[in-house]
Design a protein around this ligand. Structure first.
Ligand SMILES: CC(C)[C@H](C(=O)O)[C@@H](O)C(=O)O
Ligand code: SF4
Length: 479
């Protein structure tokens, strides 16, 4: 029998129609929607006089445009306000469950789905949002779609898709103390570039990956899209099942056990051939910081801002030159000499409870540097509530961080949380494009630990020098 990859298996389980040299039609198990990419889709649907085929497989949240201040229903921007109103209207008209700002379940779509147990192994999951790849951490095939595809899925619960190729990213060795899942994915993208996975679904394998918690796996899969991938995935295992047990939307007791039996079939057969394979050695990885305007323009904290001439080919050299100009950096500057004005801890990359625990363990008893504005934004209402139960909010506030309501916040300039032109931000998010956090703003991508280091010292520091033992074991028992 032909050996199959995990991608092959999930694909075959969902293919409702296929024809040679044509895209297949895939059945979609879970459709997540948010305010930015759904309004036009509903409009199209209504114009065509169609109903939502499976409102029971469609879940909505509000995350991108909402303020993260306590009065967050008070949306001043008229476009944002209309997007939120349209989402409320559309969900009501079509019988779709919406987690709005009054519910504790509301949050960034890629934090909320997994947390509620909506995201499960073996599923096909789509959302009009590129970072849908996050959900692949559970061994699902999860990818972002455009607004016209959102309409198609709403109408049919199916999607026309060409099967992507498979790419194994094998992570050998282990993450050393102080090195996080964020450093791992930034390191992989810095090494292989932002397009090495274009046209592929990445499957991350290796012991270092197996040892990651679910939340760390989500951080890795989240940024697969920044490597060009269609999706990222990790085979489900005990860690996955344990995480999903007793979540709001996972079945209970025997039903759960029989689902686990199904989930155990989702793995890549031994000897199956991926279309492409790369290896990454985790042993020598050090904390990562980006210096440029793409997630691949990154380096280790002990390095210097690179010389554009050190890149091969005129295009890469020109890109590096342009990026350094935008970022206001000179080559040869030690990364640890770069000062920061703003620190943002949050987003669907690093806004989960373990991220906040890690950040709090670093911030405890320390103070944010005087000239720095630092904020912590939980990825969901549930993350916020849990953090408050554990007293993490108090640690942050005492250290001088702002403690905000859940949302995408400063990850992208679509809501009031933005940085000003010329300001430099250490951010735990996933994109450092020009103007991403506000026009003229300069973004450096880092882990939550590195973000706290930058907040306290007012510049980037090597957090391995900071009680590394605290960082080596981040998972605190839930209280
Ligand atoms: C607004 C949305 C469509 C966008 C995405 O697709 O990723 C956003 O979430 C982002 O991170 O840039
Ligand atoms: S947190 Fe950032 S990356 Fe994630 S969905 Fe929101 S805007 Fe996109």
């Amino acid at each position: 029998m032909k050996k199959k990859t995990m991608l092959d298996k999930i694909w075959e389980n969902h293919e409702v129609y296929s024809e040679a040299n044509e895209p297949s039609i895939l059945y979609i198990d879970l459709h997540l929607i948010h305010e930015v990419t759904s309004a036009q889709a509903f409009e199209g649907l209504e114009l065509a006089n169609k109903a939502v085929r499976r409102p029971d497989l469609t879940y909505a949240t509000m995350d991108h445009v909402i303020p993260t201040s306590p009065d967050r229903w008070n949306i001043e921007n008229p476009v944002s306000k209309e997007q939120i109103e349209a989402l409320i209207r559309n969900c009501k008209n079509h019988g779709i469950k919406l987690y709005d700002l009054d519910s504790v379940e509301q949050g960034i779509v890629h934090v909320m789905g997994p947390e509620l147990g909506l995201t499960q192994p073996g599923m096909t999951i789509v959302c009009g949002d590129s970072h849908t790849s996050t959900h692949g951490a559970f061994g699902s095939l999860a990818f972002g779609i455009g607004t016209s595809e959102v309409e198609h899925v709403l109408a049919t619960q199916c999607l026309r898709q060409t099967k992507p190729k498979s790419l194994e990213v094998a992570v050998t060795g282990e993450l050393k103390p102080g090195i996080t899942a964020k450093d791992l994915i930034l390191g992989i993208i810095a090494k292989y570039g932002t397009d090495f996975a274009t046209g592929y679904v990445i499957e991350y394998t290796g012991d270092a990956i197996k040892k990651l918690s679910m939340e760390e796996r989500m951080t890795v899969c989240n940024m697969s899209i920044e490597a060009g991938a269609r999706a990222g995935m990790i085979a489900p295992d005990e860690t996955t099942y344990q995480y999903l047990k007793n979540r709001l939307y996972t079945p209970k007791e025997e039903k759960f056990e029989s689902l686990v039996a199904e989930w155990k079939k989702i793995f890549t057969d031994e000897g199956a051939i991926y279309d492409k394979r790369v290896e990454f050695h985790a042993d020598d990885l050090i904390p990562q910081v980006t210096w440029g305007t793409s997630p691949g323009m990154g380096t280790g904290i002990t390095d210097l801002v690179p010389d554009p001439e050190s890149f091969t080919g005129p295009e890469k050299q020109e890109n590096a030159k342009k990026a350094l100009h935008y970022m206001g950096l000179e080559s040869g500057t030690p990364m640890t000499d770069i000062p920061v004005d703003v620190v943002f801890i949050g987003s669907c990359t690093n806004g989960r409870i373990e991220d906040l625990r890690q950040a709090a363990s670093m911030a405890k008893g320390r103070k944010v540097a005087k000239h720095v504005r630092a904020m912590v934004v939980p990825g969901s209402g549930n993350v916020k509530a849990q953090a408050e139960k554990e007293g993490l909010d108090v640690i942050f506030k005492e250290a001088g961080f702002e403690w905000r309501e859940a949302g995408c916040s400063m990850c992208l300039g679509m809501n009031p949380d933005i940085i000003s032109s010329g300001q430099r931000c250490a951010s735990t998010s996933n994109r450092n494009f020009e103007g991403r956090q506000g026009r003229g703003g300069r973004t450096h991508l880092v882990s939550p630990a590195m973000a706290v280091g930058a907040a306290v010292c007012g510049r980037f520091v090597d957090v391995r020098d900071w009680v590394p033992a605290q960082l080596s074991n981040l998972v605190v028992a839930e209280g």
